[in-house]
Design a protein around this ligand. Structure first.
Ligand SMILES: [Zn+2]
Length: 98
């Protein structure tokens, strides 16, 4: 039907430090996709763009490069979506206090 790449995404869990991260692996192209750059992969969609890696290690390095903002953002979105901005400000202030 189509000559377009049709990925068959599998969500796999990888461990970075002590965090578990869900990433996408395409069984067709054998590529790993960054779940931040390519969020549609988790829904099984066909990305128009994205960041792909041939090895888990490369993807890990990429995710680490995204920074710790990823973890905090993920937790906040899940737990306190509406208060996210306020919370971030509060926490920054608290960190400055002894
Ligand atoms: Zn990325």
């Amino acid at each position: 039907m189509s000559s377009r790449w049709v990925p068959r995404w599998k969500t796999i869990e990888i461990q970075i430090d002590d965090k578990k991260v869900e990433v996408c692996f395409d069984e067709v192209s054998k590529l790993y996709a960054c779940p931040l750059c390519t969020p549609i992969c988790k829904k099984g969609g066909i990305p128009d763009y994205g960041t792909y890696f041939f090895s888990v290690d490369d993807l890990k390095e990429h995710l680490i490069a995204h920074g710790t903002a990823y973890w905090t953002k993920k937790i906040k979105v899940e737990e306190e979506e509406e208060e996210e901005k306020v919370k971030v400000l509060e926490e920054e202030e608290e960190e400055n206090e002894e």
